[in-house]
Design a protein around this ligand. Structure first.
Ligand SMILES: Cc1ncc(CO)c(N)n1
Length: 221
């Protein structure tokens, strides 16, 4: 039987393609993405990760078993660690942690993060982890696909970002997230819920696309 995660991804195939092959990523891969676009994206993503760490904390709260709570904790920790990449990269351009934290959230950042938090508040653990999953799984796919670009171009301007998401650690986190959704599916899924879960997955995926677009748009200002 096809796994729940595969079913969700297949149901959102077009949205998934738009997210993982967005123009922002194409330009990032080629190294032609304007630095301003990347900087704006990174600052917004720093703000995004604060809210995502809260969403993982909510997932811990919603857990029923020690293993569920540990999954929330692991996601929370990974989000906090990921934000240090953003701090490091921004420091190279003279942007401080304080300056990043004081930047107003863009509507795309608010929309995506509060959508995930609201989905988790309203729903159960499965709803919340489905809403969280396009994030880590999509970035791990992107990281893996872009890894050859930094082999071919050792002075690639976005090498550090690409190598972070191509890393074994991120690949492992994504595989675990997929396995965990399938596991939650076995515990909580009824066919009557599938359409609703597919809608949550597709919405979160469209929010990812809007997030890349925000980076491109802000880079032009
Ligand atoms: C918007 C967004 N999606 C996914 C990830 C991966 O954690 C991220 N850092 N930011």
């Amino acid at each position: 039987m096809t796994s729940l995660f595969e079913r969700l991804k297949t149901a959102a195939a077009d949205a998934w393609q738009a997210y993982t092959h967005h123009e922002f990523i194409n330009q990032l891969e080629a190294g032609t993405l304007p630095q301003a676009a990347f900087r704006h994206y990174l600052v917004q993503d720093y703000l995004f990760l604060l809210q995502f760490s809260r969403a993982y904390a909510l997932a811990a709260y919603k857990g029923q078993t020690f293993a569920d709570v540990a999954k929330g904790q692991a996601g929370l920790l990974a989000s906090l660690e990921e934000s240090e990449l953003h701090v490091r990269l921004c420091a190279e351009w003279g942007i401080s942690r304080e300056e990043m934290a004081a930047t107003p959230e863009h509507p795309a950042t608010v929309a995506y993060t509060r959508y995930v938090l609201d989905t988790g508040m309203r729903g159960d653990l499965l709803d919340l982890h489905v809403a969280l999953s396009p994030c880590v799984v999509g970035y791990s796919e992107i990281g893996k696909r872009l890894a050859p670009a930094i082999q071919q171009q050792p002075d690639h301007p976005y090498a550090e970002w690409i190598s972070e998401y191509a890393s074994e650690e991120v690949q492992q986190l994504a595989a675990e997230a997929i396995g965990y959704i399938d596991h939650l599916g076995e515990r909580f899924l009824s066919e009557a819920r599938f359409e609703n879960l597919a809608q949550i997955f597709a919405t979160a995926t469209r929010m990812e696309t809007a997030f890349w677009q925000m980076g491109l748009d802000l880079g032009q200002e």
